[in-house]
Ligand binder design. Sequence first.
Ligand SMILES: Cc1cc2nc3c(=O)[nH]c(=O)nc-3n(C[C@H](O)[C@H](O)[C@H](O)COP(=O)(O)O)c2cc1C
Length: 139
Amino acid sequence: MNAVIYVSKCGNTKKLADAIAKGAGVKAQSAANAANLTQADILFIGDSIYGGRMSGVLRRFLQNLDRKQAAKVVVFGTSASGKSIRAEVTSILEPKGIPVAGEAFHCKGSFLCVNLGHPNAADLEQAENFAKQTCKAGL
Ligand SMILES: Cc1cc2nc3c(=O)[nH]c(=O)nc-3n(C[C@H](O)[C@H](O)[C@H](O)COP(=O)(O)O)c2cc1C
């Protein structure tokens, strides 16, 4: 069984989470309500960049994540610059023995008057395909 967990303050990453979840054949769950997460073969984790970093909500979720809850993690997200949260996620999870896939899905998210309309339909289609391929490959 796979799972999709996300944080989204303004809604952009939630759109991506829903597309990733569609591709993975599951329902996306907010990190704030994911206390009952059981063993996931692939745990997709999504967030954005706020002030150069991932959200505090995701950081706490990752700090509390146990190795038994996720065999491996695949990261996705949005940001104004296209910057990825993967390095931060890896720095918390790999010391606990939870592997983070090298491949991740990121796209630009709208912020003020930048990247208006993103993630758009094409971004969401790519995200869904990324999840389908990732699950098929068992990355
Ligand atoms: C308070 C705040 C700070 C942000 N800081 C950054 C930043 O440092 N770098 C960046 O690339 N994007 C930054 N952004 C843009 C967000 O990463 C982008 O809008 C993202 O798509 C928001 O995702 P969400 O709608 O799921 O919350 C910031 C947005 C907000 C609201």
